[in-house]
Design a protein around this ligand. Sequence first.
Ligand code: IMP
Ligand code: MG
Length: 187
Amino acid sequence: MQDYHEFLKEILIPEDLLQTRVAELGAQISADYLGQDLLLICILRGGVMFLTDLIRNITVPLAVEFMAVSSYGTGKRQSTGHVRITLDLNTSVMDRNVLLVEDIIDSGRTISEVLSFLSTRHPKTLNVCALLDKAERREVEVPLRYRGFTIPNKFVFGYGLDIDEYYRNLPFIGVVDLDLYRSEVTT
Ligand code: IMP
Ligand code: MG
């Protein structure tokens, strides 16, 4: 795989700004859920880095669960919207305060499918916390209670977000120069 320096167009959100904003979100969530029990559901894999930083900034008692979803079809750098649950929860959400933690909302199709899936299991409350919001790409309306940053329509990577499953470990959000990135994925 290439060194990311070869195709990094710009650093969109540097590490210190990410950490500051994540701390603010954690404080806001702590205030909003004061005195209540909280279940955070992280959608694998992009949300993991955000989740682990976020929960260190939340002060109310909380539990963490994971779900994985995959899109049917071949949409290359976009989801098709037909979502299949590939890893289901190990716990009941019935009568619990559920907060979904996502890396990025793009068309909104993935998260809305997950929301309708979870709502059939009757949580007490069901909300979404997304680090990034590519608002201009939205195709279906998504109720976003917590939003880290609104970003332009550019393909980004780092801080949990991947390009062909790599580069999730970088501590900042970068923009890919798609002319310089050489995909090694053959499909
Ligand atoms: P949606 O269903 O179109 O909202 O797509 C959401 C999913 O697409 C996210 O959870 C990401 O996995 C992926 N995605 C969308 N935009 C980007 C991006 O710029 N970089 C990396 N992944 C992205
Ligand atoms: Mg994702």
